[in-house]
Write a protein that binds this ligand. Sequence first.
Ligand code: E4P
Length: 218
Amino acid sequence: MKFFIDTADVREIKDLAATGMVDGVTTNPSLIAKSGRNILEVIAEICGVVDGPVSAEVTATQYEDMLVEGRKLAKIADNVAVKVPLTWAGLKTCKTLSDDGIMVNVTLCFSSAQALLAAKAGATFISPFVGRLDDIATDGMELIAEIRQIYDNYEALTTEILVASVRHPRHVVDAAKLGADVATLPPAVLRALASHPLTDRGLEAFLADWAKTGQSIL
Ligand code: E4P
């Protein structure tokens, strides 16, 4: 399973990329706004740090304007994946850009019917938002299972399932069990994956015993 990191904070991306855990990056207009930086500049910088796909989202709502924005974003670097919303204009933009050989991430997916449309439009990635579904008392993971089943029924549907709106490590584990291709994680969730109280307690005990020996390996 690939891990993308869901942030436009370049310092965080550099730090986590050094661990070998970052296969790509996702951003959205809210994350760009939070970074306080110009979208073209920050996406270019991220593309210089990470070799894998870096999602940059269009903000136009009409097909013609989405296409102009998408092409402009795609020109930043070869590893840009243009992110479009799951609307008919977004699907049409997805079809045009993917026919041109540009990676497309279709975002704001909340149903398997929507995921089917995105795959037929040639999306490289579909982004179902599990956390936001959980927020309204709907099981986000059921959506991942349904999309996995549908895509696996048809060889021609090669779109990768990119689990988004991930809120905690359990989401990551459940997505991996279901065979999702990618999960995009906020930095805090990626860090939390390594945490276990028994690891902390075990290390504490080892270090206490080691201190008694008076030895040093350094
Ligand atoms: C990533 O592509 C999505 O935009 C992001 O995961 C949404 O997460 P949120 O629901 O926590 O805002």
